[in-house]
Write a new protein. Sequence first.
Lengths: 66, 268
Amino acid sequence: MQLQINGEAVQAEDRIDVGRLLSRLELNPQLVVVELNRRILTPEDFSETALTQGDVLEIVQFVGGG
Amino acid sequence: MKIFLNEREISVAPDTTLHQLRRQQKTDADLLIVNGFPRKEDTPLCAGDRVVLIKRGEQPSAAELEALMMSRHTPGVHAKIRKSVVGIAGAGGLGSNIAVALARIGVGRLIIVDFDLVEPSNLNRQQYFIDQIGQPKVAALRDNLHRINPLVDVQASCARVTPENIAELFGGVDVLTEAFDAAAEKTMLISGFLSRFPETPLVAASGLAGYGPSNTIVTEQVARHLYIVGDGCSAAQPGQGLMAPRVGIAAHHQANAVLRLLLGEEPA
């Protein structure tokens, strides 16, 4: 199925959940914020949220310092 | 015609000039400010003009302090933000600088949360003083903010932010700023807050370490109601520290983003 991630079209296996998508993208779930269809997810949502065709995601990575 | 003198509405004759007003109201004033900008030469006044007359070196009365302090603001800004509530999660390099900037411009209420104490390694970038070493940061910061602007309501909590207490700590804010240090804490706060308050804007920071060029620090909208300041990659790590100039740039990007949001503008 096709997703949009950070403005780009990306192919992914059907019904993949957000948690598996993050590991496929080699992203540490503790260091990212995920918005799915204009709604921010909590980390608990990651493995419970199955993605579907046309879903729009923003995945934002953070680095430390402040 | 009606004008504002030190934020009080008064009536004056229609062709009154600035120097005439000074002679009528405060003959010893040596700093004359009209609509946010200092004027030396005499100039005719117009209906609705906001004039502030200051004598350098003179302590203002409590009643006049607020008007005088805000006299260089863009007209109209202070009236809007003095009713606003801004949350600041973390009182370190980012948070203490954001707090000082927002206190100086007269944001009505600041909710500041940090569990930590002031220690000497903070002083290369944080708004504390040597005689405050050992004090809880939120208590020291509140004292500093009140020395700058006694009219700001500072609600200081010496606590660690967790997903469970986010609503209680920051539930009433108009805007929240993320001013933590560790990346995992940043994401915890952002997802914890925006999942509970999806319509309240949050201004976060990522990538502000070192002494890289100032121009790579930017403000960007990355999701609905989520704005990030920084260069996105300069992490604090061995060999790359946090220092006042660049940390301050990021903090002031955040403070200006907050101001724009409070005034109904998009930050970026």
